[in-house]
Design a protein. Structure first.
Length: 518
């Protein structure tokens, strides 16, 4: 544990060092004239768009730019003469990993001008851009069927419903993977430790992708496991280890040879990658790297171009903040094609694919509520629906939901159109007006009514699954809670979560019951 804390502390320490030597007080004292601001903005648009979409100053407050973002970008941009010896050591390490630029991006004078431009142009606060949380109607088509507790301080990085099985899987960062009854009265440990983030059951057992460590780290702690079902005389297999922090694992036959392969989204920290693991005839897995950059969060296996080969749709939530279509060629290689892209502070957190307008094509549902450095609510956090068109993807709907961490498509009321379930890790508002679970009910024309369920504030939701729990034809929901993560929330909420913790909450859908009665 001490090593992880030292690494986090070291990261913070070099940021502070950089502030003193780069932009800090000097940049605040020197004010640019209107003409100089125009020139500095032009420089920013050229240099800051080298690695990602150009970020406007208004995306973050002055303090976040000054204390965190600008110092970090100055270091990664190769301006080693502006930092102390500790900063130069860190730069050398990052350069060796291919993260930092091998030489300065621009002159020192230009980087100082860019820094002054951002600090001078950024708002003191983003609070004025946060709309008042829209009141939510009562969601009466679901009942709270169970509250499940694993351990004493929830760190639920994974929840999933076993369809038709009346069983929930709960992956906790400290207590491992558990199978639980809906009401939480019967629980059994499936696997200890390792912080499970992705679980895929198959007939003979389950594949488990493990994060390793929640906090950002360069340590290779991610791993992939196979756990046989009861009755199978075999021990748990470690299929791959010493991986970057793993965020998602998908089981699919990628190369069409009839064997299950694996696709791993390894978010990492400064370094990470996207890979598929080919299963050989002997049952062993060989890694094939697709994308050697950090930030992969969510993976879907699709054939978007209808050429008969498996492609990947991937959410990249680091720097480039984009949804990417990795197109497989006839030789098994993959070419990247950006579908949707946002600015570097966007904070992508989840991706789902579903047909919302009934045209037979899958649309893109995004949630963004993640944050680096500072944790105030950001006005561009929320849930977005992009419709697939002949020219790409068009933004159709935006629901401002600060801290939005998951959004899933479902037809909750069995009326034939897609609704949206979403959760927030850092809900805005007071303890009486805020909600961290929202059901966005489709009116049939992609207009959405906001609903919530009383009692869902009992957990701090980071993850969610949607599936038919009982096999009765409707979609149920399970929510997963994580307490000890950054982010400001009303003190009353925090006390509530600590006094009566819950790892997972099961929301049972009543739609099919009501339909049968009618």
């Amino acid at each position: 544990m001490m090593k992880e804390l030292q690494e986090v502390g070291r990261s913070f320490f070099w940021c502070v060092l950089l502030v003193g030597g780069v932009i800090g007080a000097n940049a605040q004292r020197v004010k640019l004239s209107p003409e100089e601001l125009v020139k500095a903005e032009a420089l920013a648009k050229v240099h800051c768009a080298t690695c990602h979409a150009w970020p406007e100053p208004g995306l973050l407050d002055k303090e976040t730019w000054r204390l965190h973002v600008l110092p970090t970008m100055t270091l990664l941009g190769g301006h080693t003469n502006l930092v102390g010896s500790a900063g130069r050591d860190w730069y050398s390490e990052l350069r060796a990993k291919g993260v930092a630029l091998p030489q300065a991006l621009c002159s020192d004078a230009d980087i100082m001008s860019i820094g002054r431009y951002y600090i001078q142009s950024a708002p003191e606060s983003l609070a004025s851009e946060i709309r008042e949380t829209p009141p939510a109607g009562s969601l009466d088509s679901f009942e709270i069927a169970g509250r499940i507790l694993v351990g004493t301080s929830p760190a639920t990085y994974h929840v999933s419903i076993i369809p038709g099985g009346n069983e929930i899987l709960v992956g906790d960062g400290g207590f491992g993977l558990w199978g639980s009854s809906v009401d939480g009265s019967h629980k059994a440990r499936v696997m200890s430790g390792l912080a499970p983030v992705s679980v895929t059951p198959i007939e003979s057992g389950i594949y488990v992708g493990a994060l390793g460590e929640f906090r950002p780290t360069e340590r290779q702690l991610g791993s992939i496991h196979f756990v046989p079902r009861k009755g199978v005389q075999a021990k748990r297999r470690v299929l791959a280890d010493k991986l970057p922090r793993l965020a998602d694992l998908v089981v699919a036959d990628i190369n069409g040879d009839g064997r299950e392969d694996l696709v791993a989204a390894m978010f990492g920290f400064f370094t990470g990658r996207l890979s598929w693991f080919e299963q050989g005839k002997d049952g062993e897995f060989t890694e094939r790297v697709i994308y050697e950059k950090p930030g992969a969060v969510r993976v879907f296996v699709r054939d978007l171009n209808a050429d008969g080969r498996k492609d990947l749709v991937v959410l990249i939530a680091q720097a480039t903040e984009e949804v990417v279509h990795f197109i497989q060629d006839a030789k098994g290689g993959f070419a990247a094609e950006t579908m949707i892209r946002h600015h570097a502070a966007f904070g992508s957190s989840s991706l789902d694919l579903a047909d919302f307008n009934g045209d037979g094509l899958e649309d893109v549902l995004l949630a963004n509520g993640d944050f680096d450095f500072s944790t105030p609510p950001r006005p561009y956090h929320g849930v977005r629906l992009f419709l697939r068109t002949a020219d790409g993807y068009e933004l159709k709907y935006f629901f401002q939901f600060p801290g939005a961490y998951q959004a899933r498509a479902l037809d909750h009321d069995l009326d034939g159109d897609m609704d949206i379930a979403a959760v927030s890790l850092t809900p805005a508002g007071s303890s009486t007006s805020a909600y961290n679970f929202a059901l966005l009910e489709n009116d049939g024309s992609l207009g959405f009514r906001v609903l919530t369920k009383e009692g869902t504030l009992d957990g701090r939701w980071m993850t969610m699954d949607v599936a038919d729990l009982e096999g009765d034809g409707d979609a149920d929901i399970v929510l997963g809670s994580v307490l000890n993560v950054p982010g400001k929330v009303p003190p009353e909420m925090w006390r509530r979560w600590q006094l009566k913790p819950v790892s997972a909450m099961v929301l049972r859908n009543l739609a099919s019951d009501r339909k049968r009665k009618n």
